[in-house]
Structures are given as C-alpha cells and as structure tokens.
Unconditional design. Structure first.
Length: 543
C-alpha cells in the first residue's frame, strides 16, 4: 500500500532541517448489494492515510473562494490573493500583505499595524537618504537601518541582536523584534521595493538571504541577519572564513561555496510561498487548519514546489478520509470540483517525487469512488484513466491501484443497476476490459452485472428482456461465464411465466410462437415447463 509523508515538519531555513515522519492507517468501505442467487463483488477500498483523527467538521464555507483552494479564506486572504498580480509585479504593499498572510495573519487589523510601522520607517528613510538614485548606497542604508529600527537590541548566545533561529514569521518582527534569515529577508524585500530596488530571494540548504539587482547590472548579496552583511563577496574564502563563527552564531548548518554556486534564486512572490512552509507552520507551532491552508495557498502560488503540493495532498486525503467515513458525497463532490484540475496539473509537474505521486494516487482513488457513488459514469472513467494510463501505477503499485479501480467501478455498476442504467453499465464493462491484469476482475464484473440486470427485468416481469439479457450473457467469451446452469434455469422460468401469461390471456397462437422460440434456442429440458403449460392450454381450449 502506498505511503505519503505526514507534515509535522516544514522546510527550514536558518536552522537544521526537521525530519519528516510517515504515519499510516487504513480505512475500508463495504457496499451492500442485492443478488439473484450469486455472491456479488466485495466493494473493498483501502486508503492509506496519515492520522485517524477527523478533519474539520464544518465545511459549509470551504471551497467558496474564486481560487482552487478548499480551506475557508478570510476576507483579508481573499483580497491578498486578488492582489497577487500586484505582488508578482513587486508592489511593496501587495508583498507586505502576502508575507503577512504567510505569517498566519488573517485580518486587515494586523496588516494595518504592520503597514504603519513600514510607512513610518519609509518616511524616516526618505528624510535621510540623499543619493536616492544610488541603488548600491540605498540598499546598504536600508539593511543597516532595518536592524536599528525593527530588531531587538538583545543578543542570544553570540548571535546578532534580535536573532532567533526559528522566528520565520514576518509578523513576529513587528510583534517582538525577533527575526531569522527568512523573516529578515521578507522585511528587507518589502523595504527595498519601496525604494524601487529589484530583489530576488536566495535559498541555500539551511539559509536564505536577498539578492539586489542594481540598475547598473551588478548583483548584490544582502545577508539580512547582519547590519554589516551588505555586499560581502560570497567567494570560497567567505565560506571558509565564516563557517566556524558566522553560521555557528546563528545556529545554522554551515554552508559551503558549492552550496552557494548551486543556490536557488526565487522571485519575491515565490519567497512568500516558501515562507508558508517554514518553521512557524509546523503543527507543534501552528494549528493544523492554519498550516494546511497556508500549504494550499503556497501550492497555488508556486506549483513548482513539490513540498507544497505534497502537504496540500496530505490535507485533501485527510478530508477525503473524514468525508467518506461520513458518507458525505455531496461535500466530496464540491471538494473535487474545487481542487481536481489544479491538483492533477500541479502534481504531474513532479513525476519523480515519490511521496507526492503516492499521495496523488490516494486523492484520485477518492475522486473515483466519489463519482462512482454518485453514479457519474463519465467522471469515474476519466479518473480511472488518470490512475491507469499516466504512469501513476507501476510495478508493485499496479496491483493496489487496480484493486481500487475494480472496487470503485463495482460501486458504479451497483449504482447504475440501481437506477436501471444498464446501457451505461455495458459501456463501463467495455471500457474496463483490457485494463485489468487480474484474470478474475473483469469476469466477476460481467457475471455480477448481467445477473443483476436480469433480476431487475424479472422484477418488472419483462420476460423478453430477461431472456435477451441472459442469452447475451451466455454468449460471452469462454472463461467469462462461470456457471451456465443457473442462467439457463432462469431462462426456462422466464419462458414458463411468459407462456403462462399468454395462455391465461387465451392467446395460444402467441404462446406457441414463444414455446417454439425456446425450443429452437435451448434444450427440451430448459423449455419443459413452458411446453407443459402450452399443452395444458390446448387441452382446455378443446374442452
């Protein structure tokens, strides 16, 4: 059974990465069914999940925003995402709102408080910066004065004033003056944009800082955790010199020059998306609802980040587990309507991310079962195709995926039979044939379906249809029909009832035609009772 990761941890900068842990549990669903005189397929669907505790109970407002986000969004969050185009154009106010959203801020009140501090700093800087066209000088002053204006004047264990390794929230700076490399970089990015400086976020394995792109073409590295960290050459000597003190004083895993050469540079907006997965979002520091909401938003903003995609799917699979347990197919339908297309497109950007692809299997299995329960043939088959045809099930995974497909299709067949949509059922059988490697799976479906179809026709006393359906069933390829005797008995009983009705209606001519039809297609043994009833009818007529 596939596994995926439980996110009790997040991506970490300014510190040691925190190990992820996987927790596995299982859930089974068994659907009741009627039968003629045979045992139907067992509708068993096993889903690997992370925790057994139920997800959010009240989902009335989930999936209610214009975005492919299932979590309920506050007005501030909606408005901030509505200004995403401005943030992508590096508008400082839009970036501030986005960075605060990444901190867990959900109201304009907190945004206004932070903006007042930024505006006050900007006005003070406007008074003191003389050479406003000197990008290099403006960038240097901003870094130095940012430390003076916003950060605590206390030191912990030799670290810079106000430095706290795990304080990755921008809002935390405004609240208590503590910072780490990521939160300081966020603040510097906002301040720099107010002075029209172009910024990039720079990511090392356990560290982050800012790159300024000056108008004269120079690229300036800004180590925002130090007031003197402006435009220090990041050469081999820098890392040899600083690994024993600079990184150690900040409780950082030492970086190397090779790490620097392999650094990742991201936009100011992508920096926000990464911050939505940093230390402050782990479940021990932030409640799970806030943490997974930020993961959803992160995945929406930056679909290239596989960690965000996987954490988002962790949340969705938890939701699927809870809603399937409650048999709440209506809410599940809304979940998939909100998220399906985006999840599919974004997850397929990361074919080598094993945990993500396993989580995607679970998500698609939930979608397939939901559409099957609702009797939606087209969507069930569409999701089935995604599972079987896009490389999501290979090797050892194939068998477990086929089991889910078989059981979801069985649920669909049951729903179609319940609503007498037998033509749709034939289409499903045709499309499923050839996709299943288990030699018993498809024959079991055929047996179950035709016998159920005949049962419905029997209940309506449609003797002609009973005979037609079971005759078609008996004409299936060799190896599909497991028991020919029982269907032939049912055919004989149908002809018996059919002829009896005609005899009682004194339509002996038609009764003779039907009896002759039975004898032409089947043995005298099958048609024995129909022949006797016809003979008795003839006797009564002669009297």
């Amino acid at each position: 059974m596939p596994h995926h990761q439980a996110y009790s941890a997040a991506s970490v900068y300014c510190g040691e990465p925190i190990a992820q842990r996987a927790i596995q549990s299982a859930m089974s669903i068994r659907m009741p069914s009627k039968s003629l005189s045979y045992t139907p397929l067992a509708f068993l669907w096993l889903i690997a999940l992370l925790l057994t505790a139920p997800a959010s109970a009240n989902r009335a407002d989930f999936g209610g925003s214009p975005y492919p986000i299932w979590s309920e969004l506050s007005y501030f969050e909606r408005a901030t995402l509505g200004d995403l185009h401005r943030a992508r154009n590096d508008d400082p106010d839009a970036l501030l709102a986005l960075y605060l959203l990444a901190s867990g801020v959900r109201s304009y009140g907190e945004y206004d408080q932070a903006k007042k501090q930024v505006d006050q700093f900007r006005r003070k800087m406007n008074e003191h910066i003389v050479e406003k066209n000197n990008d290099w000088l403006v960038g240097q002053i901003l870094n130095r004065e940012m430390h003076n204006a916003f950060f605590l004047k206390e030191s912990k264990g030799g670290a810079p004033l106000g430095y706290s390794m795990d304080q990755s929230r921008l809002m935390g700076i405004f609240e208590n003056g503590e910072f780490n490399c990521i939160s300081a970089s966020l603040l510097y990015a906002v301040l720099a944009r107010h002075f029209d400086l172009r910024v990039k976020g720079v990511m090392l394995p356990s560290h982050a800082f800012i790159q300024l792109n000056l108008r004269d073409g120079r690229e300036i590295d800004v180590e925002t955790t130090s007031p003197g960290g402006y435009d220090q050459p990041h050469d081999e000597a820098f890392y040899e010199r600083n690994n024993n003190d600079w990184f150690t004083s900040r409780s950082l895993q030492p970086a190397t020059y090779a790490d620097y050469l392999d650094r990742e540079r991201v936009t100011a907006t992508e920096l926000a998306a990464r911050n939505m997965l940093n230390q402050h979002t782990i479940f021990s520091r932030m409640n799970e609802a806030d943490s997974v909401r930020l993961a959803e938003i992160s995945a929406f903003i930056d679909p290239r980040n596989s960690m965000a995609q996987e954490k988002r799917l962790y949340f969705y699979n938890r939701e699927i587990h809870a809603l399937v347990s409650q048999q709440d197919w209506k809410t599940l339908l809304r979940l998939f309507a909100t998220t399906y297309q985006t999840v599919l497109a974004d997850s397929q950007r990361h074919p080598q991310a094993t945990g993500l692809q396993n989580a995607l299997q679970m998500y698609l299995s939930g979608a397939m079962l939901t559409y099957a329960q609702l009797g939606d043939t087209e969507q069930t088959l569409t999701v089935m195709g995604e599972l079987l045809s896009r490389g999501l099930a290979r090797g050892d995974d194939r068998k477990s995926v086929e089991t889910r497909v078989t059981n979801a299709v069985s649920v669909l067949m049951s729903k179609l039979a319940e609503h007498k949509r037998f033509d749709d059922g034939l289409l499903v059988l045709t499309l499923v044939e050839g996709h299943l490697t288990d030699p018993k799976a498809w024959p079991d479906m055929v047996n179950w379906f035709y016998l159920r179809w005949a049962e419905h026709q029997w209940e309506d006393k449609n003797w002609r249809e009973v005979v037609t359906v079971l005759t078609e069933y008996l004409n299936q390829p060799v190896g599909v029909v497991k028991d020919t005797a029982h269907p032939r008995q049912i055919i004989g009983s149908a002809y018996n009832n059919w002829v009896l009705e005609l005899v009682e209606a004194r339509d002996l001519e038609q009764a003779e035609v039907i009896t002759a039809e039975c004898l032409a297609g089947y043995s005298a043994e099958v048609c024995e009772r129909a022949s006797k009833i016809l003979a008795e009818g003839r006797k009564r007529k002669r009297r």
